[in-house]
Design a protein around this ligand. Structure first.
Ligand SMILES: [Zn+2]
Ligand SMILES: [Zn+2]
Length: 298
C-alpha cells in the first residue's frame, strides 16, 4: 500500500517519446538507474541516478509543551537501511518515541510476506527474553487497551479528545504499513502553527501528501476567520488542512473516514501513475542499429 511504488518518467534520448517506468518493492531503494528500451524507435536508454528523497520534512518536533518535545525523523537514523522503517510510518515513529520516552523498548522482530506486502512482528520489553507483542502496534487487540508507552505518549497530545482520537486511529491502523498520526507537530522553523496532528500519506515511494488534522469542534463564526488564517499558514508549508467536527457520537466516524481516505490514496499509484511519476533524465542512450536492404543476407 503506497510506500512500495516507484514511478519514474523519462524521455527516449533518441526519439523523445515519453515512458513511465515502474517498480514495486518494499525495499528501501530508488532502483535507479533504470534501463529501458524505447518501443517506438528501438533505442536503448539508461536513466541517471540522482539522489532522490521523499518530499517530507527532515525532522519534526512533537508535543504541546515547550520543554518536552519528541524529535522525530522520517525513520530512525540508525535504521536507515531497514525496509520496515518507512517515512513517518507508525512503526518508524514508535521505534523513535519508545527510545526517547524510555518505555516499551520497541524492537522489530522480523517480517514475512502475505500477498506481496510485508507483515511485521513487533516486540516490546526491556528484557529481550521476555518481550511480548507490542500492544500499541497491535491496535490494542491483545487484551490490553493501554501500555506504559501509551500512557506517556498520550501526554504529548494537548487535550483528552486528541488522546482519544489518536488511540482510536491506532486501533484501526493496527500493525499495517500506515502513516503515523503525529501529535502537536510544530510547523516551520519559526513554529508558527501547531496542528492537533499531521500525517504524511504515501502516494508513491518519493511523493507524500501532507495533511494537518484539526479537531475543530463546534466552531463559531468569529473562530472561522481565525481558522482561515491558520489554514493559509499551513498551506504555505504545503499542508492541506482536514478540519473535523464531531457528530453526536464523537469523532469516531471521522476517524473511520480518515483511515479510509488514506487507504484509498495509498492505491492511487495504481490508477494515476503518470501524474505521480518523478521525472528522471537519461544518462545515455544508444540508437537502434540501422538495417538497410543490403544487410539482409538473401
Ligand atoms: Zn525512442
Ligand atoms: Zn510497544
Amino acid at each position: 500500500m503506497g510506500y512500495q511504488h516507484r514511478i519514474y518518467k523519462s524521455k527516449c534520448g533518441n526519439c523523445g517519446t515519453g515512458w513511465i517506468l515502474t517498480v514495486n518493492s518494499w525495499e528501501k531503494n530508488t532502483f535507479l538507474p533504470r534501463k529501458f528500451k524505447c518501443d517506438s524507435c528501438g533505442a536503448s536508454n539508461v536513466t541517471k541516478r540522482p539522489n532522490l528523497y521523499p518530499n517530507v520534512p527532515r525532522v519534526l518536533y512533537c508535543g504541546h509543551e515547550r520543554g518536552r518535545q519528541l524529535e522525530v525523523y522520517p525513520y530512525p537514523p540508525e535504521c536507515e537501511n531497514s525496509a520496515w522503517a518507512l517515512p513517518y510510518s507508525i512503526r518508524s515513529f514508535i521505534y523513535q518515541a519508545s527510545r526517547q520516552i524510555g518505555k516499551c523498548a520497541y524492537q522489530w522482530g522480523g517480517s514475512t510476506e502475505v500477498m506481496g506486502e510485508p507483515v511485521h512482528q513487533d516486540n516490546c520489553g526491556e528484557d529481550p527474553w521476555h518481550s511480548e507483542r507490542c500492544h500499541l502496534l497491535s491496535g490494542w487487540i491483545r487484551g490490553q487497551s493501554s501500555c506504559a508507552m501509551w500512557e506517556e505518549l498520550k501526554s504529548y497530545c494537548q487535550t483528552l479528545i486528541e488522546q482519544r482520537f489518536l488511540w482510536a486511529y491506532l486501533s484501526l491502523a493496527k500493525g499495517r504499513n500506515f502513516p503515523m498520526l503525529l501529535p502537536q507537530v510544530r510547523i516551520g522553523i519559526a513554529e508558527r502553527r501547531r496542528p492537533d496532528f499531521v500525517l504524511f500519506s504515501p502516494l508513491q515511494y518519493l511523493v507524500y501528501k501532507r495533511y494537518a488534522v484539526e479537531l475543530d469542534g463546534a466552531h463559531t463564526i468569529e473562530r472561522a476567520v481565525l481558522d482561515e488564517a491558520r489554514d493559509m499558514d499551513l498551506a504555505a508549508e504545503n499542508y492541506e488542512v482536514i478540519s473535523l467536527r464531531p457528530s453526536e457520537l464523537g469523532y469516531f466516524s471521522e476517524i473511520q473516514k480518515l483511515v479510509e481516505k488514506i487507504a484509498v490514496e495509498m492505491t492511487e499509484a495504481e490508477k494515476s501513475a503518470g501524474e505521480l511519476a518523478t521525472e528522471v533524465e537519461n544518462a545515455t542512450f544508444s540508437a537502434p542499429l540501422e538495417i538497410s536492404d543490403e544487410d539482409i543476407p538473401f
